[in-house]
Design a protein around this ligand. Structure first.
Ligand SMILES: NC(=O)c1ccc[n+]([C@@H]2O[C@H](COP(=O)([O-])OP(=O)(O)OC[C@H]3O[C@@H](n4cnc5c(N)ncnc54)[C@H](OP(=O)(O)O)[C@@H]3O)[C@@H](O)[C@H]2O)c1
Length: 296
């Protein structure tokens, strides 16, 4: 554990933040929390101790490390550079880590705001979902200065199985974009395969057993085919979040001149799922869209 980090402020106790902050409390750190909805903070304190504060600035006061895990770019701005944001309370020499999936532009903006105040900054989006956050098995993709990464890494390893510095500020978000680009087309491919198996009168479970160890195998196939075949989507990573992420990818691709035709198409398929009422369904619900073309 780094000698110079004993007090941590954690901002955003949602599906991901709640267990992540719990791992830091479990490591014996003094954890000061802020959550917009107070009930969630009260529930966290009842389990883990620590203290709750009325604003991000208050939570961040005296903290060596401030960790943020909220929704999107604007949410991060509100809790960091906003009027009661964490930067108002942070001292020179402290460190800000943002786990929100956000744009690389926001990372550059926060990096500049932190440099002005001599605060370290890492953009550090995660993958692995609620289960990864709870079991401490997240993949954490970081952007920032090597010295800041070295300081934060032992703490991030409390909930991250793979914690990697990808390059300067923004590199973590760019890497997470690659992750989401790879996943989008893959889930659509899996949905089409299962849809085709059904139409062909095959036993889809046996099809998956036969092909999952070969070149068609994937994490999505292993972990999602059962619930897809059972038409169950009340779990996992929500379509609303995926659309936010794909929007970030498509914006960045336009700036870079990168071509993402399949990502753009799958984004529209997810818009169909939202129109079917599936904003909170798991991303594997692309299969339901194929089965119910009239509703899509
Ligand atoms: N869930 C996943 O499987 C997963 C996987 C990888 C990455 N992520 C990313 O991780 C981030 C968090 O996801 P999550 O699933 O934990 O979301 P969540 O359960 O909806 O939690 C979001 C948290 O952010 C807070 N928040 C949102 N907007 C805010 C604002 N303007 N001011 C203050 N607080 C605000 C919420 O406060 P309230 O409690 O008041 O609403 C809540 O604590 C997102 O960027 C998401 O894309 C999620």
């Amino acid at each position: 554990m780094p000698q110079d980090i004993s007090t941590v402020a954690f901002i955003g106790l949602g599906v991901m933040g709640h267990p992540m902050a719990g791992h830091l409390a479990g490591a014996g750190l003094d954890v000061r929390v802020y959550n917009r909805t107070t009930d969630k903070a009260t529930a966290w304190l009842a389990r883990h101790g620590g203290s709750h504060h009325a604003t991000p600035a208050e939570a961040a006061r005296d903290a060596d490390l401030v960790v943020v895990c909220v929704g999107n770019d604007d949410d991060v701005r509100q809790v960091t550079t906003g009027p009661d944001g964490a930067l108002q309370g942070m001292a020179s020499g402290s460190l800000l880590v943002d786990h929100t999936t956000a744009s690389a532009e926001l990372a550059a903006e926060l990096d500049a705001a932190c440099r002005e105040r001599r605060i370290g900054f890492l953009d550090a989006p995660v993958s692995g979902g609620q289960q990864g956050a709870e079991t401490g098995a997240l993949t954490i993709m970081c952007g920032g200065e090597p010295a800041d990464f070295e300081r934060a890494a032992p703490l991030l390893e409390r909930y991250g199985r793979s914690v990697t510095l990808m390059g300067p500020a923004g590199s973590g978000q760019l890497t997470k974009m690659v992750n989401q680009i790879c996943i989008g087309g893959l889930i659509q491919g899996l949905a089409e395969g299962l849809h085709f198996a059904d139409k062909a009168g095959l036993d889809a479970t046996r099809v998956v057993e036969a092909i999952s160890q070969g070149a068609a195998g994937s994490w999505q196939m292993d972990n999602r085919h059962r619930t897809m075949l059972d038409d169950e989507y009340a779990h996992g990573f929500a379509v609303d979040w995926m659309r936010k992420d794909l929007g970030i990818c498509l914006d960045q691709a336009r700036r870079l001149g990168a071509r993402l035709p399949v990502t753009a198409l799958v984004d529209q398929f997810y818009a169909d799922v939202q129109a079917m009422g599936g904003g909170r369904w798991d991303t594997s619900s692309l299969l339901r869209r194929l089965h119910d073309p009239d509703k899509a």
